[in-house]
Design a protein around this ligand. Structure first.
Ligand SMILES: [Zn+2]
Length: 439
């Protein structure tokens, strides 16, 4: 058979990615997140290739096999590179106005998070600024942030409300999430976090605020279909165990799946609540009890760990990832991007997980991809490179996956594909001016 007729006999694909040094597929965990030792198993194909058609992955394998079967309209060489599923960021507070670098300086100089919050700063300051900001402006800010996240390898982002503190402002934030999901190629998964902090006017009557959240806000959020998950910041100084349970139960009644900010600054039993209510995930977990973690493992509650939050708060106590993994709870990683933790880069979070929590690079990669997809209930569609899944693909300028934990401070993304379309190509960028040759 001539070369031309052999080419005709091959199946057509829109894009082939070929010759990846490591094609990290994370195959085989779409039904259940990876736990324990499985978190180290990445199902890597060396000299790997992918075929993509109509936004979906149609074949995965060795380059030699894929190129024998498929003819690509475009062929992308990943020689010397590492190819991963696009990161899923399962915990962000994407939408808010303003920033808090002044408070950052106060914290550097010794003020604590709770001191700042109690003096009307922190989340309360961001809530005031967000309340004054129109939805169009929030969308504009969100688009910039999604651009930054995509540029660093993330293709799906969970976004929590919570800077509203009134029903109308919470609806405004969730409306901004909905528009962002329509406008930007990055998928935005909305979570209702009405119980984030206590508004000043309810300081002496927190239960009354919870009544509003439970009786009014959740009902309207659910009726408008503006959120998939319901989250609560369970902490000393914010919402106690009883209030947390009330909000999560009300959310569940309206079809919002429970998540919880648990044991971030103190041990309040957040992990136990998550296990008790059958939450999808419990997030932070810096101070969780061993019993709480074991209960989570038993119920399959995902531990979403957020080392960048610990780093931003300049705390010494990171979540005990080794213990959590050993107990068999599935671990995911997120940025916790918010006005207090200006981190949009999941590569940095992977590196922090290795440096500060002694997760192996493979565990951290698992946690930021397939397990993070489970944490937002999207693992049937995202989080691994498998036939049928959405072609959200990150090509890193790294010789292997370990380099992702090892390297910090430099963006390793070379190309990003979202829904099978090349949306970032840093190879195509013009050379910096200082490198241009002078005659
Ligand atoms: Zn958070």
């Amino acid at each position: 058979m001539s070369k031309a007729s052999r080419a005709r006999a091959r199946e057509s694909a829109d894009i082939l990615i070929v010759n990846a040094e490591e094609l990290v597929t994370l195959a085989g965990s779409s039904q259940k997140p990876r736990t324990g030792k499985q978190m180290n198993e990445l199902e890597i194909v060396n000299d790997g290739a992918l075929a993509i058609r109509e936004g979906r992955i149609v074949a995965v394998g060795k380059t030699r096999e894929i190129t024998k079967t498929f003819r690509g309209e475009y062929v992308v060489s990943a020689k010397g590179k590492t190819v991963l599923p696009g990161f899923v960021d399962p915990h962000t507070h994407l939408i808010f106005a303003g920033s808090r670098e002044d408070e950052f300086q106060m914290r550097v100089e010794g003020a604590s998070y709770m001191e700042i919050l109690n003096s009307g700063g922190g989340v309360l300051k961001t809530a005031r600024e967000t309340g004054r900001t129109r939805v169009e402006k929030l969308v504009e800010l969100g688009l910039e942030r999604l651009d930054a996240m995509l540029a660093h390898g993330t293709t799906t982002v969970e976004a929590k409300s919570g800077y509203g503190l009134t029903t109308e402002d919470e609806l405004k934030i969730l409306e901004a999430s909905k528009r962002l999901n329509q406008l930007h190629c990055v998928n935005v998964v909305p979570t209702f976090l009405g119980a984030h902090v206590v508004p000043v006017e309810f300081r002496n009557n927190m239960d009354e605020y919870i009544d509003t959240v439970v009786e009014e806000t959740i009902t309207r959020v659910a009726r408008l279909g503006l959120a998939e998950f319901c989250d609560v910041f369970c902490e000393r100084g914010t919402f106690n165990v009883e209030q947390t349970k009330r909000v999560l139960a009300a959310g569940k009644k309206h079809g919002l799946k429970p998540k919880i900010h648990a044991d971030q600054l103190s041990m309040l039993g957040g992990a136990e609540i998550a296990a008790g209510i059958g939450a999808v995930s419990a997030e932070h977990l810096n101070f969780s009890s061993p019993e709480g973690i074991r209960a989570m493992a038993e119920k399959g509650v995902i531990a979403v760990l957020l080392p960048a939050a610990t780093f931003s708060l300049m705390m010494n106590r990171y979540p005990d990832a080794r213990f959590i993994i050993d107990c068999g709870a599935p671990v995911a990683l997120g940025t916790d991007f918010n006005a207090n933790c200006w981190v949009q880069n999941q590569q940095l979070v992977v590196a922090m997980a290795c440096h500060f929590m002694r997760m192996t690079p493979a565990e951290a990669v698992t946690a930021a991809t397939i397990n993070a997809a489970h944490a937002v209930c999207r693992a049937d569609d995202l989080g691994s490179l498998e036939v049928g899944k959405r072609a959200d693909v990150a090509i890193f300028n790294a010789p292997n996956h370990k380099f992702l934990g090892y390297s910090t401070g430099v963006n390793l993304v070379e190309k990003m594909l979202k829904n099978g379309r090349l949306v970032i190509d840093r190879e195509k960028q013009d050379e910096p001016v200082f490198l241009s040759k002078t005659e």
